[in-house]
Design a protein around this ligand. Sequence first.
Ligand SMILES: Nc1nc2c(ncn2[C@@H]2O[C@H](COP(=O)(O)OP(=O)(O)O)[C@@H](O)[C@H]2O)c(=O)[nH]1
Ligand SMILES: [Mg+2]
Ligand SMILES: [Zn+2]
Length: 285
Amino acid sequence: MIRAVGGFYDVRTREGKEYRCRARGRFKKDRTSIYVGDRVEFTVNNGEGVLETVEPRRNFLHRPPVANIDQVIIVSALQNPPISLQLLDRLLVLAESRQLRAIICFNKADLPHDDVADPVRFYAEAGYKIFFTSAKLGQGIEALQKELCSRVSVFAGPSGAGKSSLLNRIKPGINLKTGAVSDKSKRGRHTTRHVELIPLEGEGFVADTPGFSQLELSEITSQQLPYYFPDFYPHAENCRFNTCMHVKEPDCGVKAAVEQGKILASRYENYLYFFDELKQQEREY
Ligand SMILES: Nc1nc2c(ncn2[C@@H]2O[C@H](COP(=O)(O)OP(=O)(O)O)[C@@H](O)[C@H]2O)c(=O)[nH]1
Ligand SMILES: [Mg+2]
Ligand SMILES: [Zn+2]
C-alpha cells in the first residue's frame, strides 16, 4: 500500500498497476491498522478494489509512519550546514536499532569542504556504503539511484542537507519543495503528517518525507547501545569483562582500539555522549 487518501488505500502491484481500495469492514471491527508500506492482498469486484488481508509487518517506523522499510539513506551535507559526525552517528544508531541497512550520502560535494578521507575510510571499513553527491550539479545520483532499486527507502538527515533536492534528482517530476524551512511552516506540518511511497525505477520505493525527525534515542537503553556500534564488535572480544560497556571498565578492548587508532576517536566520543544521555534518561524515569 503506497498511499492512504480519504478512507481509500492505493495499492500498487508488482507489475506496477495501481488500484484504489476500500478496506473490509472487519478491519475496523478488529482495529487492524493499515500503514503505507504494508504488503496486502486485495480483490477486485465490479472494478472496486477491496483489501482482504494485511501481511505481518517486518518493521515499522513511527516518523514517518511507514512499514516494511529496508534501508535508511542518511544524508549529510559536507558543508552548509557543516558536517556533524555526532548527528551522523546518532542516525546510524537509530538505523542499527531498527535493524535497517544504512547508507551514508555526503551531499553538496560541489562546495569547498574539510577533508573527510579518514572518517570515510573508517565508516566504509565498518561496512557502511558511502556516496558523494551534488544534487546541485547532478553528480553521484546514478550510483545512489542503484541502491534504491527493489528496496523501500527512507531518507534521513538534518534539515538543509539536501534530501528533497536529491529526491528531485532521483525522480524528476516529483517536485518536492526545497530550501530552508521556516520554523513556522515546520510546526504547521506536524499536524498533517502524510506519507506516501514514491515508486522508483527498478521496483524501488522511497518515502516522500524524511525519517527520524525525532532525534532522541528514546527507544533504546544504555545497555543496548554497544550493539548499535558494529565497528566495536571485533574489539569488544578483547574486553576483560563480557559485560563491559566500554566506559570505565579496566582492560577494555574498545578503549584500547581507540588508543591504537583502530576506532575513530569521534566515534568513541559520540558513543560516550549517547551513553551518558541514555543513562540520564534512565535516571529520570
Ligand atoms: N551547493 C549545493 N546546494 C545544495 C545541494 N543540494 C541541495 N542544496 C541546497 O540546499 C538547500 C536545502 O536543500 P533541501 O533539498 O531543501 O534540503 P532538505 O531539508 O534536506 O530537504 C536548498 O537551498 C538547496 O538548493 C548541493 O548538492 N549543492
Ligand atoms: Mg526537504
Ligand atoms: Zn570494553
